[in-house]
Design a protein around this ligand. Structure first.
Ligand code: PAF
Length: 284
């Protein structure tokens, strides 16, 4: 597998594919690859002639008190996994290559509205940083299609909105969350959990599934349902940031007649901030 670190060399390398109308897929990641990322790569291989995986721990999407410095960086291990998965090209730029010297002054892509709710309330600036790097990677690689995990549900909706609003010629594919055998959504941050916390962590998904079941059973007292789930999370020792019942895709507040929901949550367990979601479609 070839690893490129520079924007110009990457552009030069993929130019031939584009000129000969071969389809390019991009899988943006922050590395420390697990089975969830490999699933994205696998889907990308089905969707295009060539796959570019990027690994870049993006400083712009981390708040001042977040884990940018300690975020797991495992480039050699990641390269071996990608090669084994049949990926031909890895783009692994440095912070300097992507942003130059002045992070504060760098142009931002903002998707207001969708970025200001849920995770955006607890992580100010996170989604602008995320949208900025995704837009830049799209400009560098110019993929026909890009793949993102549905675990980061809000992120996925923001990217879809950015692409629509800015008429970016990229198809966005959301890929279902890959879970451990006990239901915990795979995440690089799961490794922050102690053994005891790890045994508690699947409760987040369980509690979201219980809430989803209540919706299927006809309950529409959304705030009450959220409160009950928050209490359950606190009772097992998590520190929830939020549990929210929202309309699927738009993330707006549901109404009595809403038929497609997403139930989302973020909760701290020790050093790890877990996020997860469950979609619920009610047949009318
Ligand atoms: O989901 C992630 O890993 C990141 O937010 C992404 C999309 C690679 C942008 O840095």
């Amino acid at each position: 597998m070839l690893t490129l670190h520079g924007i110009l060399e990457l552009r030069d390398y993929v130019k031939h594919w584009r000129l000969t109308s071969q389809k390019i897929a991009l899988v943006p990641t922050m590395g420390n690859l697990h089975a969830g990322h490999l699933r994205l790569a696998e889907r990308a291989r089905e969707a295009a002639d060539h796959v570019v995986v990027s690994i870049f721990v993006n400083p712009l999407q981390f708040g001042p008190n977040e884990d940018f410095k300690g975020y797991p960086r495992t480039l050699e291990q990641d390269k071996a996994r990608l090669a084994e998965a049949g990926i031909g090209l890895l783009f692994a730029p440095s912070v300097d290559e992507m942003y130059g010297g002045n992070l504060e002054q760098v142009t931002r892509v903002d998707v207001p509205g969708l970025s200001g709710v849920l995770d955006g309330k607890f992580r100010p600036g996170h989604f602008a940083g995320m949208a900025t790097i995704v837009a830049k990677l799209f400009n560098v690689v110019q993929p026909d299609v890009a793949l993102f995990g549905e675990k980061d549900y809000q992120q996925l909706q923001i990217i879809r909105r950015m692409v629509a609003d800015l008429a970016m010629p990229v198809d966005i594919i959301g890929v279902p969350t890959v879970r451990e055998a006990d239901g915990l959504a795979m995440s690089s941050r799961n490794q922050y959990l102690t053994a005891e916390q790890r045994s508690l962590a699947p409760a987040l998904f369980q509690i979201l599934k219980e809430l989803a079941k209540s919706l299927r059973n006809g309950r529409r007292d959304y705030q009450r349902l959220e409160l009950e789930a928050l209490r359950k999370l606190s009772a097992i020792g998590m520190r929830p940031d939020y549990v929210a019942v929202r309309c699927a895709n738009t993330l707006s507040l549901p109404e009595e007649t809403t038929g497609e929901f997403v139930v989302l949550a973020a909760a701290w367990l020790g050093r790890a901030r877990l996020i997860d979601n469950v979609e619920v479609k009610i047949n009318s």
